[in-house]
Design a protein around this ligand. Sequence first.
Ligand code: NAP
Length: 257
Amino acid sequence: MLTVTILGSGNLATHLFKALNASEEVIINQWYSRNPKTIKAFEKTVNIISDINDLEEADVYFTAISDDAIAAFTEKLPFKDRLVVHCSGNVPMSALSPKNKRGVFYPLQTFSKERATDFNVIPICIEAEDQEHLILLKKIGSKISSTVHEINTEQRKALHLAAVFINNFVNHLYHIGHEICDVNQVPFHILKPIIEETTKKIMDLNPIDAQTGPAKRNDRNTIENHINNLEQHLPDYTAIYKTLTSSILNTYGREKL
Ligand SMILES: NC(=O)c1ccc[n+]([C@@H]2O[C@H](COP(=O)([O-])OP(=O)(O)OC[C@H]3O[C@@H](n4cnc5c(N)ncnc54)[C@H](OP(=O)(O)O)[C@@H]3O)[C@@H](O)[C@H]2O)c1
Protein backbone atom coordinates (compact mmCIF):
# COMPACT_ATOMS: atom_id res chain seq x y z
CA MET A 1 0.00 0.00 0.00
CA LEU A 2 1.25 3.48 -0.88
CA THR A 3 0.58 6.37 1.47
CA VAL A 4 0.30 9.92 0.18
CA THR A 5 -0.53 13.39 1.48
CA ILE A 6 -1.99 16.22 -0.58
CA LEU A 7 -0.89 19.79 0.12
CA GLY A 8 -3.21 22.49 -1.24
CA SER A 9 -6.92 22.47 -2.02
CA GLY A 10 -7.37 24.19 -5.39
CA ASN A 11 -8.38 22.88 -8.80
CA LEU A 12 -5.64 20.30 -9.28
CA ALA A 13 -5.50 19.17 -5.63
CA THR A 14 -9.23 18.38 -5.73
CA HIS A 15 -8.98 16.29 -8.91
CA LEU A 16 -5.82 14.58 -7.66
CA PHE A 17 -7.56 13.76 -4.40
CA LYS A 18 -10.51 12.18 -6.24
CA ALA A 19 -8.27 10.15 -8.55
CA LEU A 20 -5.95 8.89 -5.79
CA ASN A 21 -8.85 8.23 -3.45
CA ALA A 22 -10.47 6.01 -6.08
CA SER A 23 -7.39 3.76 -6.21
CA GLU A 24 -7.49 0.78 -3.89
CA GLU A 25 -3.71 0.70 -3.70
CA VAL A 26 -3.23 4.24 -2.44
CA ILE A 27 -4.09 5.58 0.98
CA ILE A 28 -4.45 9.33 1.38
CA ASN A 29 -3.14 9.91 4.89
CA GLN A 30 -3.97 13.60 5.10
CA TRP A 31 -5.10 16.56 3.00
CA TYR A 32 -3.58 19.88 4.06
CA SER A 33 -5.25 23.20 3.23
CA ARG A 34 -4.52 26.61 4.69
CA ASN A 35 -8.18 27.28 4.02
CA PRO A 36 -9.91 23.97 4.95
CA LYS A 37 -13.43 25.39 4.50
CA THR A 38 -12.91 24.95 0.74
CA ILE A 39 -12.74 21.14 1.12
CA LYS A 40 -15.15 20.66 4.02
CA ALA A 41 -17.31 18.47 1.74
CA PHE A 42 -14.56 15.79 1.94
CA GLU A 43 -14.12 15.75 5.72
CA LYS A 44 -15.84 12.38 6.16
CA THR A 45 -13.54 10.77 3.54
CA VAL A 46 -10.13 12.09 4.53
CA ASN A 47 -8.28 13.61 7.47
CA ILE A 48 -8.15 17.33 6.64
CA ILE A 49 -5.55 19.46 8.42
CA SER A 50 -4.75 23.18 8.32
CA ASP A 51 -1.45 23.20 10.24
CA ILE A 52 1.66 21.83 8.54
CA ASN A 53 2.99 20.83 11.98
CA ASP A 54 0.29 18.14 12.07
CA LEU A 55 1.68 16.42 8.95
CA GLU A 56 2.37 12.71 9.48
CA GLU A 57 4.71 10.40 7.61
CA ALA A 58 3.75 9.47 4.02
CA ASP A 59 5.53 7.93 1.02
CA VAL A 60 4.84 11.00 -1.14
CA TYR A 61 3.72 14.58 -0.46
CA PHE A 62 1.98 16.17 -3.45
CA THR A 63 2.44 19.95 -3.37
CA ALA A 64 -0.51 21.19 -5.47
CA ILE A 65 -0.26 24.89 -4.64
CA SER A 66 0.33 28.04 -6.71
CA ASP A 67 3.63 27.93 -8.63
CA ASP A 68 5.09 31.00 -6.95
CA ALA A 69 4.48 29.61 -3.45
CA ILE A 70 6.14 26.19 -3.97
CA ALA A 71 9.71 27.13 -2.94
CA ALA A 72 8.88 28.98 0.29
CA PHE A 73 6.12 26.53 1.27
CA THR A 74 8.26 23.39 0.90
CA GLU A 75 11.06 25.10 2.85
CA LYS A 76 8.65 25.45 5.78
CA LEU A 77 7.67 21.74 5.88
CA PRO A 78 8.55 20.38 9.34
CA PHE A 79 10.41 17.23 8.19
CA LYS A 80 13.31 16.20 5.97
CA ASP A 81 14.49 13.33 3.72
CA ARG A 82 10.97 12.44 2.57
CA LEU A 83 9.70 12.56 -1.03
CA VAL A 84 8.04 15.91 -1.80
CA VAL A 85 6.84 16.57 -5.34
CA HIS A 86 5.24 19.53 -7.04
CA CYS A 87 2.67 19.33 -9.86
CA SER A 88 3.62 22.31 -12.00
CA GLY A 89 4.48 22.45 -15.69
CA ASN A 90 6.83 25.38 -15.50
CA VAL A 91 8.53 25.22 -12.09
CA PRO A 92 11.91 23.43 -12.05
CA MET A 93 12.28 20.45 -9.73
CA SER A 94 15.11 22.38 -8.07
CA ALA A 95 12.61 24.97 -6.78
CA LEU A 96 11.54 22.45 -4.14
CA SER A 97 13.36 22.69 -0.84
CA PRO A 98 16.50 20.50 -0.90
CA LYS A 99 15.91 19.34 2.67
CA ASN A 100 13.58 16.67 1.24
CA LYS A 101 13.87 14.27 -1.71
CA ARG A 102 12.50 16.11 -4.73
CA GLY A 103 10.29 15.13 -7.62
CA VAL A 104 7.65 16.32 -10.07
CA PHE A 105 4.24 14.83 -10.83
CA TYR A 106 2.73 16.97 -13.60
CA PRO A 107 -0.62 15.91 -15.05
CA LEU A 108 -0.82 17.54 -18.47
CA GLN A 109 -4.44 18.64 -18.56
CA THR A 110 -6.59 21.67 -17.73
CA PHE A 111 -8.45 21.24 -14.41
CA SER A 112 -11.36 23.20 -13.01
CA LYS A 113 -12.99 22.09 -9.75
CA GLU A 114 -16.49 22.27 -11.16
CA ARG A 115 -15.73 20.04 -14.15
CA ALA A 116 -15.35 16.25 -13.91
CA THR A 117 -12.24 14.75 -15.48
CA ASP A 118 -11.12 11.25 -16.42
CA PHE A 119 -7.62 10.99 -14.93
CA ASN A 120 -7.00 7.70 -16.69
CA VAL A 121 -6.49 9.44 -20.07
CA ILE A 122 -4.29 12.23 -18.70
CA PRO A 123 -0.54 11.94 -19.40
CA ILE A 124 1.45 12.27 -16.20
CA CYS A 125 4.96 13.70 -16.54
CA ILE A 126 7.26 12.58 -13.76
CA GLU A 127 10.76 13.53 -12.69
CA ALA A 128 12.79 12.59 -9.60
CA GLU A 129 16.27 13.03 -8.19
CA ASP A 130 16.99 9.33 -8.11
CA GLN A 131 15.86 6.05 -9.66
CA GLU A 132 14.17 4.76 -6.51
CA HIS A 133 11.81 7.72 -6.34
CA LEU A 134 11.25 7.76 -10.08
CA ILE A 135 10.02 4.16 -9.80
CA LEU A 136 7.78 5.12 -6.89
CA LEU A 137 6.24 8.03 -8.83
CA LYS A 138 5.77 5.80 -11.87
CA LYS A 139 3.98 3.28 -9.66
CA ILE A 140 1.62 5.89 -8.20
CA GLY A 141 1.05 7.51 -11.61
CA SER A 142 0.10 4.17 -13.13
CA LYS A 143 -2.54 3.64 -10.43
CA ILE A 144 -4.51 6.63 -11.73
CA SER A 145 -3.48 7.03 -15.38
CA SER A 146 -2.67 4.79 -18.33
CA THR A 147 0.20 7.04 -19.49
CA VAL A 148 3.15 8.07 -17.35
CA HIS A 149 6.13 9.75 -19.03
CA GLU A 150 9.61 10.38 -17.68
CA ILE A 151 10.15 14.04 -18.61
CA ASN A 152 12.95 16.31 -17.39
CA THR A 153 12.52 19.93 -16.29
CA GLU A 154 13.45 21.47 -19.67
CA GLN A 155 11.17 19.11 -21.62
CA ARG A 156 8.33 19.76 -19.17
CA LYS A 157 8.75 23.52 -19.57
CA ALA A 158 8.54 23.09 -23.35
CA LEU A 159 5.37 20.99 -23.03
CA HIS A 160 3.90 23.63 -20.74
CA LEU A 161 4.73 26.39 -23.22
CA ALA A 162 3.14 24.38 -26.04
CA ALA A 163 0.10 23.78 -23.82
CA VAL A 164 -0.29 27.52 -23.27
CA PHE A 165 -0.58 27.95 -27.04
CA ILE A 166 -2.87 24.99 -27.71
CA ASN A 167 -5.11 25.43 -24.67
CA ASN A 168 -4.94 28.88 -23.03
CA PHE A 169 -4.52 30.88 -26.23
CA VAL A 170 -7.03 28.79 -28.21
CA ASN A 171 -9.55 29.24 -25.39
CA HIS A 172 -8.94 32.99 -25.46
CA LEU A 173 -9.58 32.93 -29.21
CA TYR A 174 -12.91 31.16 -28.49
CA HIS A 175 -13.68 34.05 -26.16
CA ILE A 176 -12.91 36.57 -28.92
CA GLY A 177 -15.14 34.59 -31.31
CA HIS A 178 -17.87 34.69 -28.65
CA GLU A 179 -17.56 38.48 -28.35
CA ILE A 180 -17.68 38.93 -32.13
CA CYS A 181 -20.92 36.91 -32.15
CA ASP A 182 -22.38 38.94 -29.25
CA VAL A 183 -21.53 42.27 -30.89
CA ASN A 184 -23.15 41.12 -34.14
CA GLN A 185 -26.07 39.36 -32.40
CA VAL A 186 -25.50 35.89 -33.81
CA PRO A 187 -25.56 32.81 -31.54
CA PHE A 188 -22.11 31.45 -30.64
CA HIS A 189 -23.45 27.88 -30.61
CA ILE A 190 -23.66 27.92 -34.43
CA LEU A 191 -19.84 27.74 -34.32
CA LYS A 192 -19.69 24.63 -32.12
CA PRO A 193 -19.48 22.07 -34.96
CA ILE A 194 -16.46 23.89 -36.46
CA ILE A 195 -14.84 24.04 -33.02
CA GLU A 196 -15.33 20.30 -32.68
CA GLU A 197 -14.03 19.54 -36.18
CA THR A 198 -10.93 21.75 -35.63
CA THR A 199 -9.97 19.62 -32.63
CA LYS A 200 -10.84 16.29 -34.24
CA LYS A 201 -8.95 17.13 -37.44
CA ILE A 202 -5.55 17.41 -35.76
CA MET A 203 -5.98 13.92 -34.29
CA ASP A 204 -5.46 12.66 -37.90
CA LEU A 205 -3.54 15.47 -39.65
CA ASN A 206 -0.49 17.50 -38.68
CA PRO A 207 -1.58 21.05 -37.76
CA ILE A 208 0.42 22.40 -40.68
CA ASP A 209 -1.67 20.28 -43.07
CA ALA A 210 -4.98 21.07 -41.35
CA GLN A 211 -4.75 24.86 -41.77
CA THR A 212 -7.42 26.59 -43.90
CA GLY A 213 -8.70 30.18 -44.10
CA PRO A 214 -7.91 33.54 -45.73
CA ALA A 215 -4.31 33.77 -44.44
CA LYS A 216 -3.47 30.27 -45.70
CA ARG A 217 -5.05 31.14 -49.11
CA ASN A 218 -3.50 34.63 -49.09
CA ASP A 219 -6.94 36.21 -49.67
CA ARG A 220 -5.88 39.81 -48.99
CA ASN A 221 -9.35 41.37 -49.59
CA THR A 222 -10.98 39.15 -47.00
CA ILE A 223 -8.16 39.87 -44.55
CA GLU A 224 -8.63 43.63 -45.12
CA ASN A 225 -12.39 43.28 -44.52
CA HIS A 226 -11.83 41.48 -41.24
CA ILE A 227 -9.36 44.11 -40.04
CA ASN A 228 -11.80 46.92 -40.89
CA ASN A 229 -14.61 45.12 -39.09
CA LEU A 230 -12.49 44.66 -35.95
CA GLU A 231 -11.25 48.26 -36.00
CA GLN A 232 -14.85 49.39 -36.09
CA HIS A 233 -16.38 47.04 -33.48
CA LEU A 234 -13.65 45.40 -31.37
CA PRO A 235 -10.40 47.35 -31.93
CA ASP A 236 -8.62 45.65 -28.99
CA TYR A 237 -8.47 42.46 -31.06
CA THR A 238 -7.03 43.95 -34.26
CA ALA A 239 -3.43 43.40 -33.16
CA ILE A 240 -4.05 39.71 -32.34
CA TYR A 241 -5.71 39.22 -35.76
CA LYS A 242 -2.79 40.86 -37.54
CA THR A 243 -0.14 38.94 -35.56
CA LEU A 244 -1.77 35.54 -36.17
CA THR A 245 -2.49 36.32 -39.82
CA SER A 246 1.14 37.36 -40.38
CA SER A 247 2.34 34.19 -38.67
CA ILE A 248 0.16 32.00 -40.93
CA LEU A 249 1.22 33.95 -44.07
CA ASN A 250 4.86 33.52 -43.07
CA THR A 251 4.41 29.79 -42.31
CA TYR A 252 3.09 29.20 -45.84
CA GLY A 253 5.79 31.29 -47.54
CA ARG A 254 3.73 34.44 -48.20
CA GLU A 255 4.61 38.03 -47.51
CA LYS A 256 3.57 39.13 -43.98
CA LEU A 257 1.03 41.96 -43.48
N1 NAP B 1 -5.40 23.80 -12.84
C1 NAP B 1 -4.73 23.24 -13.83
O1 NAP B 1 -5.24 23.15 -14.96
C2 NAP B 1 -3.34 22.67 -13.59
C3 NAP B 1 -2.86 21.70 -14.49
C4 NAP B 1 -1.60 21.11 -14.27
C5 NAP B 1 -0.84 21.55 -13.20
N2 NAP B 1 -1.31 22.51 -12.35
C6 NAP B 1 -0.44 22.92 -11.24
O2 NAP B 1 -1.08 22.61 -10.01
C7 NAP B 1 -0.70 23.56 -9.02
C8 NAP B 1 -1.95 24.16 -8.41
O3 NAP B 1 -2.68 24.82 -9.44
P1 NAP B 1 -4.28 25.02 -9.33
O4 NAP B 1 -4.75 25.36 -10.69
O5 NAP B 1 -4.89 23.88 -8.57
O6 NAP B 1 -4.31 26.34 -8.45
P2 NAP B 1 -5.51 26.97 -7.62
O7 NAP B 1 -6.80 26.33 -7.96
O8 NAP B 1 -5.36 28.44 -7.71
O9 NAP B 1 -5.14 26.52 -6.13
C9 NAP B 1 -3.97 26.96 -5.51
C10 NAP B 1 -3.90 26.34 -4.13
O10 NAP B 1 -2.65 26.76 -3.57
C11 NAP B 1 -2.90 27.25 -2.26
N3 NAP B 1 -1.84 28.16 -1.91
C12 NAP B 1 -1.39 29.23 -2.61
N4 NAP B 1 -0.36 29.81 -1.95
C13 NAP B 1 -0.16 29.08 -0.82
C14 NAP B 1 0.73 29.17 0.27
N5 NAP B 1 1.65 30.13 0.34
N6 NAP B 1 0.64 28.26 1.27
C15 NAP B 1 -0.29 27.26 1.21
N7 NAP B 1 -1.18 27.11 0.21
C16 NAP B 1 -1.11 28.01 -0.79
C17 NAP B 1 -4.26 27.93 -2.39
O11 NAP B 1 -4.80 28.17 -1.13
P3 NAP B 1 -6.00 29.27 -0.94
O12 NAP B 1 -7.21 28.65 -1.54
O13 NAP B 1 -6.06 29.46 0.52
O14 NAP B 1 -5.54 30.50 -1.69
C18 NAP B 1 -5.00 26.83 -3.18
O15 NAP B 1 -5.36 25.75 -2.34
C19 NAP B 1 0.19 24.59 -9.72
O16 NAP B 1 1.53 24.24 -9.51
C20 NAP B 1 -0.17 24.42 -11.19
O17 NAP B 1 0.89 24.78 -12.06
C21 NAP B 1 -2.54 23.07 -12.51
